[in-house]
Design a protein around this ligand. Structure first.
Ligand code: PTJ
Length: 261
């Protein structure tokens, strides 16, 4: 990527695009990954490229659920691994949960490429100093994050084809799954298996966003950074989560974009 100065107003967006381009060159992404990314960018633009208040509340709720679940797992696809893999590893280290590579367009080459990428990211995160609020040995916590997905020994009931494949130890037996950029069918199938499904999706109207237990309408790399702060210091959130209200709030934010002119 040509040198983009820190002050460039589109710096984050350009560097995310470059990560997607590099990931595609490495064969890590689905053929339609750029289309999905472009759709996300359009929604993000309308949201003002900022985490909204309702997204902050959703992130807080997901942090509380993640830290209190018995068998949480973070599911990661191609786009998530290249955009937010390291942040997701940090979150997994704090929560003490595995990360599972689970793909919509599953091929052996992409699976092994993404498993290697996450392994490299884990090595690099393990060398960091770690967040100041983290109590314990950061390197050890990061190194003990299991990266699953290699041995698919379980099928998600109600789904056809390779996208139903997962691991029993991860998604199969999980009570809570955090799935960024999920597809509607899989979200629905996981919900009907009685699991809590938390998603990150910039489109508040997608079937995934509407099906999920908790939807974070935010850009995945931004949301993952906020999620890390929240899991380091989870707060008790009172009352039932009203996901429809959160989605309506995101849509209101989009329709208020006219006020930002
Ligand atoms: O790696 P795979 O094989 O699992 O495939 C991944 C993609 C994303 C290609 C696949 O799941 C797909 O085709 O997804 P969709 O149906 O296009 O849905 C992607 C959703 O994610 C859309 O609602 C986008 O608005 C949203 N989205 C895209 N980029 C981001 C995003 N949400 C949050 N952060 C993003 N960076």
């Amino acid at each position: 990527m040509p040198d983009v100065p820190e002050s460039h107003p589109r710096k984050d967006s350009l560097s995310a695009r470059q990560k997607i381009v590099d990931g595609a060159k490495r064969g890590l992404l689905a053929d339609s990954a750029m289309i999905a990314h472009g759709r996300g960018e359009a929604f993000d633009y309308l949201l003002g490229e900022k985490t909204t208040e309702s997204a902050t509340m959703a992130i807080r709720r997901v942090a509380t659920l993640l830290t209190s679940a018995e068998r949480p797992v973070i599911s990661t696809n191609g786009n998530t691994a290249v955009l937010a893999g390291e942040s997701m590893i940090r979150v997994a280290a704090v929560v003490g949960c595995p990360i599972e590579v689970n793909l919509y367009y599953r091929t052996p080459e992409r699976m092994s490429g993404l498993l290697s990428l996450l392994g490299e990211q884990r090595d690099s995160v393990a060398k960091e100093k770690g967040p100041s609020q983290f109590k314990g040995d950061w390197g050890e916590a990061v190194r003990s994050v299991r990266i699953l997905g290699d041995e698919a020994d379980f099928r998600i009931e109600g789904l056809e084809g390779p996208r139903a494949l997962c691991t029993e130890d991860g998604i199969g037996l999980a009570d809570l799954i955090l799935v960024p950029l999920e597809d509607g069918d899989r979200c629905e199938a996981l919900i009907s298996l009685g699991k809590l499904v938390c998603v990150i999706d910039l489109n508040p109207l997608s079937r995934t966003a509407r099906m999920a237990s908790v939807t974070i309408v935010d850009e995945v790399s931004r949301a993952a950074i906020s999620l890390l702060s929240e899991v380091l210091n989870p707060t008790e959130v009172e009352g039932e989560w009203d996901n429809d209200a959160a989605l309506r709030d995101s849509l209101k934010h989009i329709s208020n974009a006219i006020d930002r002119l």
